[in-house]
Design a protein around this ligand. Structure first.
Ligand SMILES: *Cc1c(COP(=O)(O)O)cnc(C)c1O
Length: 393
């Protein structure tokens, strides 16, 4: 099932993704003990690298869980039952923030948006300041269910200005799971209090680790909240000692550490530019085939298309069975209506292979995609994604 004619399937899904060479090599090594100097050194290095990708001087905790575990940790450590938070909701992942809050008795002021839309700075500030009790806001940088990007920098600037003007303080949490090492994100410059990432997206590693970084204000808030927490009591993790409270997924810590060394060597700005190029190339290809992109503001890590009557199941099956390419379908109410294609870690050759596969499959489904018409534009766009060619395989 994970191969086609003996060849491995390529994941064009927004997590998990194909592993980079460094992660694969690290995974083949023996397990080291988590109370050894060797492991403490790996964990310390990993935290340094994570600081570099979050662009922060704040501590970053590594949790053995998927990304949702870090979202849960953020919610229970930053807000008390009965407190209110604002959640702009435009898809499955932003809705998860609201579900988590509801599970812990934290009140949610919902800001509902259409799929593909992103919350504007003005609307967020209006809702936040209009709500007498709001203690914070939970944002989703890339809404992976639609590929829409929130302008977190702008939203945060507007929140900071409004807070200053009114002498209030809002705790800002950002789910960066599908934007970390993909889209530009600057934790400190943007005054983000809590940022979250996971191993299986832009870090080109297996699923299983999640990361939480907290500003000094957030760390202070953590000791004042009243709700129950144990495994995810982040005070256990932010001790500054590289001694994890419980046995972490040691092999994954080593894999992500090695992956980040190679990624950071490429340089974050080059990576951001590569994703703008690759996502644009995927978008252009789909549009040339008559598919309509879902996102008004396109994120780098995933491109979603309305299928306009095409059979989603058949399209995905044909790409997988005939071309070894795995794409994602819609979730929830979008199931059957959209297809999602992720260029995470994919260089020009792989994006071109996807375009050829899509052209062939759509041809069989009675649609046409003439790659010659867009060939020169694709070449021009993909120039920026050539940075992947220097990532060690
Ligand atoms: C993948 C993802 C998560 C985490 O999902 P897990 O399955 O728990 O790892 C969270 N937020 C977004 C936006 C994601 O894309």
């Amino acid at each position: 099932l994970d191969s086609k004619d003996g060849e491995r399937l390529r994941l064009f899904t927004p997590g998990p993704v194909d592993l980079c060479g460094a992660a694969k090599r690290a995974l083949a090594r023996d397990v080291i003990h988590h109370r050894s100097d060797l492991f403490r050194q790996a964990l310390t290095e990993l935290e340094e690298h994570l600081r570099a990708v979050f662009l922060t001087r704040n501590p970053v905790a590594t949790l053995t869980s998927s990304g949702t575990g870090a979202m849960e940790a953020a919610v229970v450590n930053l807000f008390s039952p009965g407190e209110r938070v604002l959640v702009p909701i435009s898809g499955k992942f932003s809705a998860r923030w609201a579900e988590l809050c509801a599970a812990y008795g934290i009140e949610v002021c919902r800001m509902d948006l259409e799929p593909g839309q992103s919350p504007s700075a003005e609307d967020v500030v209006d809702r936040l300041t209009g709500d007498r009790g709001a203690a914070g806001v939970l944002l989703t940088h890339c809404e992976t269910s639609t590929g829409s990007l929130t302008d977190v920098g702008r939203v945060c600037r507007a929140i900071a200005e409004a807070a200053k003007l009114r002498g209030r303080r809002f705790t800002v949490c950002v789910d960066c799971v599908t934007s970390l090492a993909i889209d530009e994100f600057r934790m400190d410059e943007w005054n983000v209090d809590c940022a979250i990432g996971a191993s299986q997206k832009g870090l080109l590693s297996p699923p299983g680790l999640a990361f939480v970084s907290m500003s000094p204000e957030a760390v202070e808030r953590m000791s004042r909240v009243s709700g129950a927490r144990y495994y995810f009591d982040l005070r256990r993790y932010f001790t500054g000692t590289a001694s994890p409270p419980f046995t972490p997924a040691v092999s994954l810590v080593c894999a992500v550490n090695e992956a980040l060394k190679d990624l950071l060597a490429l340089g974050l700005p080059a990576i951001w530019a590569a994703y703008r190029a690759s996502s644009n190339a995927v978008r252009l290809t789909g549009e040339a085939a008559g598919l309509t992109p879902v996102a008004a503001s396109q994120a780098g890590g995933v491109v979603a298309f309305w299928l306009n009557g095409l059979d989603a199941e058949r399209l995905a099956a044909a790409l997988r069975e005939r071309h070894g390419i795995v794409v994602a379908q819609g979730q929830g109410s979008l199931r059957g209506r959209i297809v999602r294609v992720s260029p995470i870690g994919k260089g020009p050759a792989e994006i071109r292979a996807f375009a050829r596969a899509l052209a062939s499959v759509l041809g069989d489904m009675g649609r046409s995609l003439c790659l010659e018409d867009i060939a020169s534009e694709l070449d021009r766009i993909l120039e920026d994604s050539r940075v992947w060619e220097s990532l060690p395989s």
